[in-house]
Ligand binder design. Sequence first.
Ligand SMILES: NC(=O)c1ccc[n+]([C@@H]2O[C@H](COP(=O)([O-])OP(=O)(O)OC[C@H]3O[C@@H](n4cnc5c(N)ncnc54)[C@H](O)[C@@H]3O)[C@@H](O)[C@H]2O)c1
Length: 273
Amino acid sequence: MAPAITLDHTLPPVVPESNQTPATAPTNTLFSLAGRTVVITGGGRGLRNDPDNRQEWIAVQKLATSKGLQATYTRCDITDEEATKGLLENIAEESKARNMPLRGLITCAGIQQMVPALDYPVDGYRKMLDVNVLGTFIPAKHFSRILVEQKTPGSIVMIASMSGQIANRGLTCTAYNSSKAAVHQMCRSVAQEWGQYNIRVNTLSAGYIRTAMTDALLKEKPEVEETWMCGALLGRLGAPEDFKGPTIYMLTDASAWMTGADLRVDGGHCASA
Ligand SMILES: NC(=O)c1ccc[n+]([C@@H]2O[C@H](COP(=O)([O-])OP(=O)(O)OC[C@H]3O[C@@H](n4cnc5c(N)ncnc54)[C@H](O)[C@@H]3O)[C@@H](O)[C@H]2O)c1
């Protein structure tokens, strides 16, 4: 189907996103997301809060309200292009009306599956690529179309994994690892296309984090934790909080000249063999 929006490809001025040069901006301005709306996919649980868990969601809302901010969530299958496009357009419109334009996207939704490659069912492999690869591309594409139309700069953080660069010892996750490698290359490719619109695209490659996703895996194979701890140079696995600083850095003007790059945050796992 032909896309509904006709894009005006006139370029926005290439200036840092806050209109202040990084050299003159105070540090708190450089790392500030004030006046911007950021969309996060896959916010249902794990690295973030579970909207079904009322307590956590209420706490997030309370915090947002106390700071004069708004936190909302919507259920959407990110592999459904029309639904994702419509949702992003609605968010962009509402954000504009609140004078907090859409400026950031974190593509975090993903799935993981452990199956030996010799037995990997093709349907399962396809599903992995559908959710992890297309499910990254679809929101990134429609977010960027909106920004090009709005003529505003922005930043996309694609949650990849160290597994896009290394094969995890003791884990049989060929499809997952391939999908994350695809996200790395997608990032470089779209960064190359969208830099002209001042849209930055980078990947954040996480190491082993205790989340619902990894809890399920460790329940199935408890011995794997020992292998993971061998590479934990800081003596622990990651926690969701370890990604707050890196993500804010990648979304804000603090990283104004960073695009098409990968930031690996893995507690040193990939640094030692
Ligand atoms: N936990 C880790 O150790 C680890 C390490 C490296 C990278 N990652 C990556 O971090 C991201 C988040 O992982 P997590 O550990 O929080 O996992 P999680 O399973 O706890 O969260 C994943 C989220 O994605 C959502 N999701 C899945 N399919 C979707 C779809 N089709 N449409 C919309 N949402 C969908 C799920 O509902 C869930 O909220 C993933 O991309 C994962 O690959 C995790």
